[in-house]
Design a protein around this ligand. Structure first.
Ligand code: P1T
Length: 378
């Protein structure tokens, strides 16, 4: 879709006009569950109940859609609630082809919730250049790129060109629309955990779906209303506030991420470093084509004692999640990806020595010193 302004300007102004009644530059939070009707079924502004729609949520949905180059946006109570809304469009016997490295909670939702409703899931390494054969009745291709936690990239345009009638959904959580715009590359729908870079401050849980397909939007809007996993007006307001600094933050996350990745790549206590901005990353060419910078997420293999290393860190906090201004560290095997059975996890390449960093916006020299110090002790 045409954008009238550059990303930074849209992020600050789209769906954020001063409020009519008072002139408030920042539109208020509409903390209301319901709306007074003029007569039964005759609404003032189209709002009847906040599970169906709320002005604060609507502004956020419009702003997010604009930033992803989508016509329509829908906000949900979490990233997995958004994923679940998409999966409810499927019917027993339908197949989903997913990448073989995804957030552990996405895998758990596929395997432990939706499989029992007769939906089939298969997995393939979509970061490899050779095309993957789609199983019969594939209705949905699920692409996380970059993947969590191994930072693999799939060529979105390449997968889109071969998807046939299947829907292509891209989980754009790690990149954010500032670094990567999957709809422009042929995806049908984009998913976000708004909990991460969109919110940007580790203070809300939320998710979103963005699409330009009117029919798909109507079906998902029906699910949003009927299943009801909607975010609160306050959470929507916080995410909308976060969007205004998204461009600035993503540039800084990317600079810090690259600096940390380069330091780790030459450290004797570090094995492989997984960061798409490094030239030796197997998908670096794809990254350079479809991303404008490489973000703040990276993983690496520690040659040393994981517990000692984690205990020595002073700036990086040991915690799940990512994408906030503060740096976080995690051990995917025991944390974010613990719900994947051990054998499957190891087959995917997520061993106990794998460490994941969400590189924040602190000064890079402090981050590097913190890591160097902890590595010495590992
Ligand atoms: O946590 P929630 O907002 O429900 O989002 C789920 C989700 C979806 N997609 C990706 C790529 C994710 O990373 C996540 C959540 N991930 C973490 C909590 C984590 O620490 O990896």
């Amino acid at each position: 879709m045409e954008q009238a302004w550059h990303f930074e300007t849209e992020a600050i102004h789209h769906a954020q006009q001063p409020e009519e009644a008072t002139g408030a530059v920042i539109p208020p939070i509409y903390a209301t569950s319901t709306y007074a009707q003029l007569e039964p079924g005759v609404l003032r502004q189209g709002f009847d109940y906040s599970r169906a729609d709320n002005p604060t949520r609507r502004r956020l949905e419009q702003a997010l859609a604009r930033l992803e180059g989508a016509r329509y946006g829908l906000a949900f109570a979490s990233g997995v609630a958004a994923t679940s809304a998409l999966l409810t469009l499927l019917a027993p016997g339908d197949q989903v082809l997913a990448g073989d490295d995804t957030y552990g909670g996405t895998y758990r939702l596929f395997e432990q919730v939706y499989r029992k409703y007769g939906i089939g899931f298969s997995y393939a390494d979509l970061s490899r250049p050779e095309p993957v054969k789609l199983p019969d009745r594939t209705k949905l291709i699920w692409l996380e790129t970059p993947t969590n936690p191994l930072m693999k990239l799939a060529d979105i345009a390449e997968v889109a060109a071969r998807k046939g009638p299947a829907l292509l959904a891209v989980d754009n959580t790690f990149a954010s629309p500032y670094l990567q715009r999957p709809l422009e590359l042929g995806a049908d729908i984009v998913l976000h955990s708004m909990t991460k870079y969109l919110g940007g401050h580790s203070d809300i849980i939320g998710g979103a779906l963005l699409t330009s397909d009117a029919e798909l939007y109507e079906r998902l809007k029906f699910i949003q209303l009927s299943v009801g996993a909607v975010p609160s007006p306050f959470d929507c307001w916080l995410v909308h506030r976060g969007l205004k600094t998204l461009a600035l933050r993503m540039r800084a996350h990317s600079e810090n991420g690259l600096a940390v990745a380069r330091m780790l790549a030459q450290h004797p206590k570090v094995g492989r470093v997984y960061y798409p901005g490094l030239e030796e990353h197997p998908n670096h060419q794809v990254a350079a084509r479809q991303m404008s910078a490489y973000g703040g997420m990276l993983s690496f293999e520690l040659k040393g004692n994981v517990k000692h290393f984690l205990r020595q860190l002073k700036i990086f906090t040991l915690a799940e999640s990512l994408g906030g201004v503060e740096s976080l560290v995690s051990q995917p095997a025991t944390m974010t990806h613990a719900s994947i059975p051990r054998a499957e996890r190891l087959r995917r390449g997520i061993g106990d020595e794998l460490i994941r960093l969400s590189v924040g916006l602190e000064h890079p020299a402090d981050l590097i010193a913190d890591l160097n110090n902890a590595l010495e002790d590992a």
